[in-house]
Design a protein around this ligand. Structure first.
Ligand SMILES: [Fe+2]
Ligand SMILES: [Fe+2]
Length: 316
């Protein structure tokens, strides 16, 4: 039995109480935390094969090694989050090997192929920036002590991934010609992809258990604005076009395209011309998963049966 009722725990964490062990959790708190950690763990895990398949396009040995250092960090971040899930009674074995690829909870953006060096560095500049935006908010505000402490290491490493992305975006923009064009094409599909990542706008999201239990502090729209507050000026400074601008009157970033709208994953193109769609349409697309979903999940699990066979003295 939890020592608190749901309402008591919600009130306590809003007053700054830090939860340190599963015994203090109510069922509602445990479930909300498990969902948050699963999204975090799966996102870190699946970013590894996405980045790994792109890293072969690195322009040199040393740049490929930098990309691989990032991949190593992501796998460690995934391990931290799955490890915290084990404290909540979840099985890492089941989470990693017992689910169908479509049951993983990483965002739709990480179901897409990254097919050249520009797409990898924009993933670092945009997707890792989204990661930092979300996780630094969790770090500042979470009521779960073990997660707050674990995120110190994660935040520092994510800053390195982000710098890698931004430095390379500047470099490619400056190089001009084909490098610059490839960068612009990557930004064209990856900017709206990251904007959508933050989910339902606040006026449609009526209730958030994660805010009630103080598992995060900022709303979806606040997080989306915080991301644009960094991503838009970066692109403007290197004269790379993005479909958003700062509105002085509203003192906020506004999108210059219908939001949300449909995406064509084969063409890697947003269908701005077809106008706004409903969030139900977006959720249907997300649930259908993107083109690399099965391949990415399979690629991190592939060696397991072979290793098992070796250990049992057989041949795979
Ligand atoms: Fe990470
Ligand atoms: Fe990262």
């Amino acid at each position: 039995m939890a020592p608190f009722t749901e309402d008591e725990l919600k009130e306590k964490v809003q007053d700054g109480y830090i939860v340190e062990s599963p015994e203090e959790m109510t069922e509602g708190y445990r479930k909300a935390l498990a969902v948050q950690l699963t999204v975090q763990a799966d996102t870190e895990l699946i970013s590894a094969p996405a980045y790994w398949m792109a890293a072969r396009h690195a322009p040199s040995t040393n740049t490929q090694v930098s990309a691989h250092a990032i991949i190593q960090d992501e796998l460690a971040h995934a391990n931290i989050a799955y490890r915290l899930l084990e404290d909540l009674g979840e099985s890492k074995e089941q989470l990693l090997y017992g689910r169908e690829p479509h049951e993983f909870k990483h965002p739709y953006g990480f179901d897409q192929p990254l097919e050249n060096w520009a797409e990898l560095v924009v993933a670092n500049g945009f997707f890792d920036r989204a990661g930092i935006t979300l996780l630094s908010d969790v770090h500042r505000n979470t009521s779960y002590g073990p997660l707050k402490r674990a995120l110190v290491k994660v935040d520092m490493e994510e800053t390195f991934h982000l710098r890698h992305g931004e430095v390379w975006m500047r470099r490619l923009a400056k190089a001009g010609g084909e490098a610059r064009e490839t960068l612009q094409r990557a930004v064209d599909w990856m900017f709206p992809m990251t904007v959508e990542w933050f989910g339902l706008p606040d006026d449609l999201k009526r209730h958030s258990g994660q805010l009630d239990y103080r598992l995060k502090g900022m709303t979806n729209d606040e997080l989306r604005q915080a991301w644009m507050d960094a991503a838009v000026p970066l692109c403007e400074s290197i004269e790379i076009e993005v479909p958003a601008h700062h509105d002085e009157e509203k003192d906020a970033y506004v999108l210059d395209y219908p939001f949300p709208c449909q995406y064509d994953p084969e063409e890697k193109r947003w269908l701005f011309d077809e106008g706004q769609i409903s969030w139900d349409d977006v959720f249907t697309r997300w649930k259908g998963r993107g083109p690399m979903n099965e391949r990415y999940v399979e690629s991190v699990r592939r060696s397991r049966d072979q290793v098992k066979a070796w250990l049992n003295g057989g041949v795979a």
